[in-house]
Design a protein around this ligand. Structure first.
Ligand SMILES: Cc1cc2nc3c(=O)[nH]c(=O)nc-3n(C[C@H](O)[C@H](O)[C@H](O)COP(=O)(O)OP(=O)(O)OC[C@H]3O[C@@H](n4cnc5c(N)ncnc54)[C@H](O)[C@@H]3O)c2cc1C
Length: 393
């Protein structure tokens, strides 16, 4: 290679991969392998369903990277020892980070290689939505909810229905799911919870399946310990794969002992751990607790912010998501100042976590305190009664 620096191969330039790159590009020769030629800010993709041209604000082309990265476009097929094989060649590395994410129904997540083609794909998606009078969304998780709200908020005259086997946002705090449900009903989305009936696909002009992430079945060869049945990669507390200490893994594709909710934020946090451990091989740190935090867009200028069991909805979460989008995309583009802003933003989440934990502790202690006082009062009363009875004798 060009110098004495070691080669770090990052497979997948998503949230985890780009975080690793922005934090290690000075210490390593970085090779980025991705099947696509661009990063996409997936959490805002539904905006591009309505306004396809906005995709250019949500993406960056790897070839224009300011981090001195060697970009190879290709799809990883397998890894053996310190060689990664992709369709079209192989790459030798000292360290490797596998951050290939997950798949989602087309065209929500796309593996289309060129950004210009992704734009065309989104234009077609927009046209399909315009041409459809009745739209069915299957799945009441964050993705289904966001899509239903985005379409209905933009096309009020269309019928948008959402069916789900459980409740709306069943894994989120009740306050978040209540707020979301009310917002959906206000917009006019028809909701059917606990739906166990037959397929309704043929009754609608357009159907979107939003039932969750899937993972490619053939990703790596057998020397990697896999987690069946989803085929995610099992990692240790240092984000290393179990069978090759020079190969790390982060983001949607990995399974950690915390088994955290898969979000862009958790992918970034795991990317940070990997970056730190690569830079400090003798002082590696364990992955820390990742709080469950999410901002769900609800169409128009509304969203709901979730932080562990706390949530609030309205215009402010919408603004927060917009701010996060601008900071993250510009950081990954290498625009000066945005990396610091991005780091401050992520640390702020941890400050919130500490405040949240202290409050939890106080709320746990406060009822305990009042219980102790109550017990003391009962005891005092009993002693007073005993004294009264003693006096009577
Ligand atoms: C519609 C939608 C909305 C979402 N909204 C939110 C949200 O509001 N907040 C939030 O925190 N999270 C949200 N998420 C989840 C979030 O997008 C993911 O958790 C996050 O993208 C995972 O990051 P990652 O780095 O693991 O993978 P990704 O961001 O998916 O990146 C993976 C990269 O690897 C590449 N790749 C894949 N396979 C291969 C291969 N074999 N060889 C080479 N390259 C490969 C891909 O092209 C891609 O560039 C949303 C997800 C969806 C689908």
């Amino acid at each position: 290679m060009r110098n004495s620096k070691k080669t770090l191969l990052v497979v997948g330039g998503g949230f985890a991969g780009m975080t690793i790159i922005t934090q290690t590009y000075k210490q390593f020769n970085i090779v980025l392998l991705d099947q696509k030629s661009y990063f996409e800010f997936v959490p805002s993709v539904f905006n591009a369903f309505i306004h396809p041209e906005s995709i250019f604000d949500l993406t960056l082309q790897f070839k224009q990277s300011k981090f001195g990265v060697i970009f190879i476009q290709g799809r990883l097929t397998h890894i053996e020892e310190n060689i990664a094989y992709y369709e079209g060649g192989k790459i030798e590395f000292d360290y490797c980070a596998i951050t290939i994410g997950s798949n989602y129904t087309y065209p929500i997540k796309s593996a289309i290689p060129k950004l210009s083609d992704r734009f065309i794909e989104l234009k077609k998606t927009q046209q399909k939505i315009i041409d459809s009078q009745t739209i069915l969304i299957i799945g009441g998780g964050t993705v289904g909810v966001e899509l239903a709200c985005e379409i209905k908020a933009s096309y009020k005259q269309k019928t948008v229905a959402l069916i789900t086997r459980g409740k709306i946002l069943s894994t989120m705090p009740k306050s978040a799911s209540d707020y979301t449900k009310k917002r959906m009903l206000d917009l006019g989305v028809e909701i059917q919870e606990n739906y166990k009936g037959p397929s309704l696909d043929s009754n609608f002009d357009l159907v979107y399946n939003c039932k969750g992430n899937t993972y490619d079945s053939v990703r790596l060869n057998d020397n990697f310990e896999m987690f069946d049945p989803k085929k995610q990669i099992l990692v240790d507390d240092f984000q290393r794969t179990r069978t090759n200490q020079n190969v790390y893994c982060a983001g949607d594709i990995c399974i950690t002992s915390q088994n955290e909710t898969k979000t862009a934020f958790s992918a970034e946090m795991q990317g940070e751990i990997i970056a730190y451990n690569l830079k400090h091989p003798n002082k590696q740190i364990k992955s820390y607790w990742i709080p469950n935090t999410y901002i769900i867009s609800l169409g128009g200028w509304k969203a709901v912010f979730v932080f562990e069991s706390f949530s609030f909805g309205g215009f402010l979460p919408y603004l927060m998501k917009l701010f996060i989008e601008v900071v993250v995309v510009n950081d990954f583009r290498g625009i000066i100042g945005f990396n610091t802003l991005h780091q401050i933003m992520n640390y702020f989440v941890y400050v919130m976590l500490y405040i949240y934990m202290i409050l939890q502790l106080l709320f746990a202690i406060a009822p305990l305190g009042s219980k102790i006082k109550q017990d003391q009062r009962v005891e005092l009363k009993r002693i007073q009664q005993e004294i009264e009875e003693f006096k009577k004798q």
